[in-house]
Design a protein around this ligand. Structure first.
Ligand code: GSF
Length: 204
């Protein structure tokens, strides 16, 4: 029995896991489910009721995406996405935390906009928007003219950043990060040519 990933076609965290699976060339079953669907069974595999969830061959369930990608990187020795030395590893994981944080804020805005208009808070939305814009600035300044986010090789940092930028393209095309940060746009153009990214473009 191979591993099973539970998730949706729109979630940036699920995409991060799928890109890692592709980069590591690991076969898996993909079960489409989302906590926002009526009758979904996500809570049966994750008490937090969130996706992604990875179900292992002995039915152990792993969540959240950061736990899953660390596990996957160590399942197979090929194409390591996290460096072993502590300092470099922390740098990669910080990029991941930053990228995931952008997704958190973007998802919160998306959900806020789904509430009845009179219940929406513009202060709350602005607070989340600030986090996104500040984080994009920070990413651009850290990336500078380096070929990849961390070190000299493609890593989990690039996977996470690519998924966050892809989520902004998908849900918030009005944020003009490509014009403001041409170096991020160049990185993104390079990332979406990789099969793992090309096969997981958000849809729905
Ligand atoms: C975030 C997962 C998450 O919020 C991770 O796995 O990295 N830190 C976690 N997933 C969303 C779907 S989406 O916005 O991608 C989710 O499942 N939300 C349901 C809920 O009830 O919050």
């Amino acid at each position: 029995m191979q591993m099973k990933l539970v998730g949706s076609l729109t979630s940036p965290y699920v995409r991060k896991v799928r890109v890692v699976l592709a980069e590591k060339k690991i076969d898996y079953d993909f079960e489409l489910d989302s906590p926002w669907l009526a009758g979904n069974t996500v809570a049966e595999v994750n008490p937090l009721g969130k996706i992604p969830v990875l179900v292992l061959d002995d039915n152990t369930t792993l969540f959240d995406s950061r736990v899953i990608v660390e596990y996957l990187d160590n399942v197979a020795p090929n194409n390591k996405l996290m460096p072993a030395p502590n300092r470099e590893r922390a740098e990669v994981r910080r990029w991941e935390a930053l990228a995931d944080g952008v997704c958190d804020s973007a998802a919160l805005i998306f959900l806020e906009r789904k509430r009845p208009i009179e219940q929406q808070s513009s202060e709350w939305t602005a607070r989340q928007q600030d986090k996104i814009l500040r984080s994009l600035e920070f990413m651009a300044s850290e990336l500078a003219e380096h070929p990849w986010c961390a070190g000299t090789h493609f890593s989990l940092a690039d996977v996470a950043v690519g998924c966050a930028l892809g989520y902004l393209v998908f849900r918030f095309p009005e944020i003009d990060w490509q014009e403001r940060h041409p170096n991020l746009a160049r990185l993104y153009a390079k990332l979406i040519r990789r099969p793992g990214f090309a096969e997981t473009v958000p849809q729905g």
